[in-house]
Design a protein around this ligand. Structure first.
Ligand SMILES: [Zn+2]
Length: 499
């Protein structure tokens, strides 16, 4: 069987002003043909998993960028054109496995993933197409209609990408006859409430597992979605592909999700309270466990498209007299200044440069360790084997600890980015993680405690702060949702009056 594999992967934060051009994709993941196989075979990625299941798959094109602002029209169109040209040249194909994030927003293209699948469908004809989606996907009916199977991640922090890629490939190979149902609940949830091992997602995923174990059920996804992509597809998505009763099963699963909506709440501390709590935890001494306290800077979540140069936690660390922290900051200008200046010690104003929201910058002085360019392969559970380019790096020994300044944005999906610059993260007193939950795949194994910090940024846990323009309304918890807004739920008594 000739199964084509490829995709375009981007999680778009519509509130980030800087658009994402083709250079951001070329700098992250951009492969075609044999290069795609060389780059992804054996990795813990969706297409790595698909290659395990279909060893002689036909590689097409795959482009991915780190989550960031809206994708430029010409970048999206260039990648889609490349994918289409290579798909046409590979004909005849017996099926497609596509790795699409599912929360992309592209200028001039209102539903990019549906357009990708629709374009390729017109080329390959009525052969099975399976699409892998991130846990943070916002799939719409056009995507579900164009694809034969949707297969969403079941983990957050994400660790099952290769399994989902293999599952998608197996569905294409078997191509069972199914009906599918995609439901969108008017439920907005911030990432900090979506961890798969914690409630309410633990129970929701268990319900999905039970459904998947029923005979004739071939694909089930429960996707909490990405609240920072401002579009009419926002919400919590439930997808079922089954030989019979797909719609009824999806409705029952959606009712299960809806009944747990009140549990999607995040508790955050302001930066000074958070640092005080972290200092108290450290002062408890060795009896209370070892390892760093993680200060989770949720609103400057690099994996959610935020820039990664927010200074709110750093100012609090400095104000509270904390020492031995490690914080990564995206600051290409400071890196350039550090590399251009002579001497062992420097004074720099770092961070807070991308927007006033992320500042003000903080002045640091100390010994500097210049490195780079630094590249490494992820060794942990997130996209194991994926190559990452940090650009040049400057590590400054500041009063509060090590400030790791990077030329490229670096997400805390692993801890290899610290080891790559000679830092042993287990030995830090405090780690500042610019993420919500994803940092757990890197630091979760040895962190003694996590404190979630309410910082300014583009991924606030308080979604009421966001200037939405295109999302549907009403949505829980921002508005009151009545039973008329949930016509597909099988038992209206679950909907209370008011909130
Ligand atoms: Zn995600």
């Amino acid at each position: 069987m000739r199964i084509g594999i490829g995709g375009i992967w981007h999680e778009t934060n519509s509130f980030v002003p800087e658009p994402t051009g083709l250079a951001r994709f070329r700098a992250y993941q951009y492969f075609a043909g044999a290069d795609l196989v060389d780059a992804l075979r054996g990795t813990g990625t969706e297409l790595g998993g698909a290659l395990e299941a279909v060893p002689r798959a036909v590689p097409l094109f795959f482009g991915a960028a780190l989550p960031s602002g809206p994708v430029r029209r010409e970048a999206f169109e260039a990648m889609l054109r490349d994918l289409a040209v290579r798909t046409r040249a590979a004909l005849p194909l017996d099926g497609l496995v596509l790795s699409l994030h599912g929360a992309m927003m592209a200028d001039g293209h209102p539903d990019p993933e549906a357009e990708i699948v629709g374009t390729l469908r017109a080329i390959v004809g009525p052969v099975p197409i399976a699409v892998t989606l991130d846990y943070h996907a916002n799939p719409g009916p056009a995507l579900a209609g164009a694809a034969d199977f949707l297969v969403g991640y079941r983990t957050y922090p994400h660790s099952d990408m290769a399994e989902r890629g293999a599952e998608a490939a197996e569905l294409v190979l078997r191509n069972p006859p199914v009906a599918h149902s995609l439901l969108r609940l008017p439920l907005l949830t911030p990432p900090a409430t979506q961890e798969h091992r914690a409630e309410p997602m633990r129970s929701i995923l268990a319900a999905a597992d039970r459904l998947r174990a029923e005979p004739g059920v071939w694909a089930v996804s429960t996707l909490p979605g990405f609240a920072y992509a401002d579009c009419d597809r926002l919400g919590f998505a439930v997808y079922v592909a089954a030989e019979a009763r797909a719609a009824e099963r999806a409705r029952a699963l959606a009712a299960e999700v809806w009944s747990r909506r009140a549990a999607f709440t995040a508790e955050l501390s302001d930066p000074d309270d958070a640092v005080r709590e972290a200092l108290r935890e450290r002062s408890k001494g060795p009896g209370s466990g070892s390892g760093p306290v993680v200060l989770v800077d949720v609103a400057d979540n690099v994996g959610g498209g935020a820039p990664g140069d927010g200074t709110a936690v750093l100012h609090a660390l400095a104000r509270q007299g904390a020492t031995d922290a490690v914080a990564v900051l995206w600051d290409p200008a400071a890196v350039a200044a550090a590399h251009a200046s002579p001497g062992e010690r420097l004074e720099l104003r770092i961070g807070g440069h991308s927007a006033d929201l992320m500042g003000p910058p903080i002045t640091v002085r100390g010994r500097v360790d210049r490195r780079g360019p630094v590249t490494y392969a992820r060794a942990g559970a997130y996209m194991r084997g994926q190559q990452v380019d940090m650009g040049r790096v400057a590590v400054v020994e500041t009063g509060f600890g090590k400030a790791v300044l990077t030329e490229n944005r670096v997400a805390p999906f692993d801890d290899d980015h610290l080891r790559a610059v000679g830092i042993v993260p287990e030995e830090a007193a405090f780690l500042v993680a610019k993420g919500a939950i994803a940092w757990k795949s890197g630091f979760g194994g040895y962190a003694r405690k996590a404190v979630y910090v309410g910082t300014p940024g583009y991924c606030p846990a308080d979604l009421a702060q966001l200037p939405y323009r295109s999302r549907p309304a009403p949505m829980h918890p921002l508005e009151s949702v009545g039973r008329d807004d949930l016509p597909f739920l099988p038992f209206p008594p679950l909907v209370e009056d008011g909130h």
